[in-house]
Design a protein around this ligand. Structure first.
Ligand code: ZN
Ligand code: ZN
Length: 300
């Protein structure tokens, strides 16, 4: 039976499937809002992230999008290693930017006087412009694809491989998007909201949970939309580059959705070593590695 036929359609029925995505995004945001009201946004952000993570772990067991994606793929250590490494290095990059006082006097201009919700929307749209082009170039420019291929090399999507990016890939995304965020002139609170919403939507995109996107699929990068992006069929995969919003995909013609269908095989056509260290070094020996016989060097 072809794999496509075993995939549950991208529009599952049921109450939980209908409310899971907006419910988790809104409830996490509500926890962060309490944190702001109490003057402890950082602590409450961590709580909100733990909240969404625990729910997704539970839902991945109880309401999986694909049962075959629940099976181990031998990539757990590599997934966690990439996540820890790029989280640390992205934070290092952000601290460097802050030390250059890019974040000083945030929100002191006219934009900073706008209602917080308007600032957050502006920040999301502007940041997404940088994220969109960094991501699109990572697919269309072979040199960048070598790094981004690490993210796409998985054969299943679940929350643990959300943070699986080559650290150079994730730093390119930060450097390409943070300037667009800062140039808006939004306040520091709005920047925290944009970062938090990016984290919430980010962890939702990879979850192996049957969620109904509905009209949200036209606006946000829901799991249903991101699964198309991981398709080995490039007509489906080189689409939906948005990280949070699909606005720029809509405008630049890379939006893709087949509402009652689902992507079949996900992954890449090239070879990828199995171990973390080999995956980190692979972009630098890409041509030699790809040209090697399939049974040689697969675990270099
Ligand atoms: Zn991609
Ligand atoms: Zn992905």
């Amino acid at each position: 039976m072809p794999e496509r036929a075993t995939a549950r359609a991208d529009a599952p029925a049921g109450f939980i499937a209908a409310i899971a995505w907006p419910g988790l995004l809104l409830s996490s945001s509500a926890i962060l809002a309490v944190g702001f009201a109490l003057g402890h946004p950082a602590i409450y952000f961590n709580l909100s992230y733990a909240w969404i993570l625990l729910w997704l772990l539970l839902l991945e067991r109880r309401l999986p999008y694909r049962a075959d994606w629940q099976r181990a793929d031998g990539q757990l250590k590599a997934d966690l290693g990439h996540t820890l490494l790029n989280k640390g290095l992205v934070q290092f990059t952000i601290i460097q930017l802050m030390s250059l006082e890019f974040f000083a006097n945030r929100g002191s201009g006219a934009v900073g006087a706008l209602p917080l919700a308007a600032q957050v929307m502006l920040g999301l749209v502007a940041t997404e412009f940088g994220l969109y082009w960094a991501h699109r170039l990572s697919h269309e420019w072979p040199l960048l694809w070598r790094f981004h291929a690490v993210h796409h090399s998985v054969r299943r999507l679940w929350i643990v491989n959300t943070g699986r990016f080559h650290f150079i890939d994730s730093n390119i995304s930060v450097l390409a998007s943070v300037p667009f965020l800062l140039v808006t002139g939004i306040s520091m609170d709005a920047i925290i909201w944009v970062s938090a919403i990016t984290a919430y939507i980010g962890i939702l995109t990879h979850c192996n949970v049957a969620m109904r996107g509905g009209w949200l699929n036209y606006v946000f990068n829901t799991p249903n939309m991101h699964r198309w992006h991981h398709s080995t069929n490039l007509a489906e995969g080189n689409t939906n580059y948005g990280q949070n919003l699909l606005l720029w995909d809509q405008l630049f013609g890379t939006y893709f959705l087949k509402p009652e269908s689902a992507p079949g095989v996900i992954g890449i056509r090239e070879r990828m070593p199995k171990r973390l260290l080999a995956q980190l070094g692979m972009p630098f020996v890409w041509k030699r590695y790809q040209a090697a016989p399939a049974d040689a060097g697969s675990d270099m």
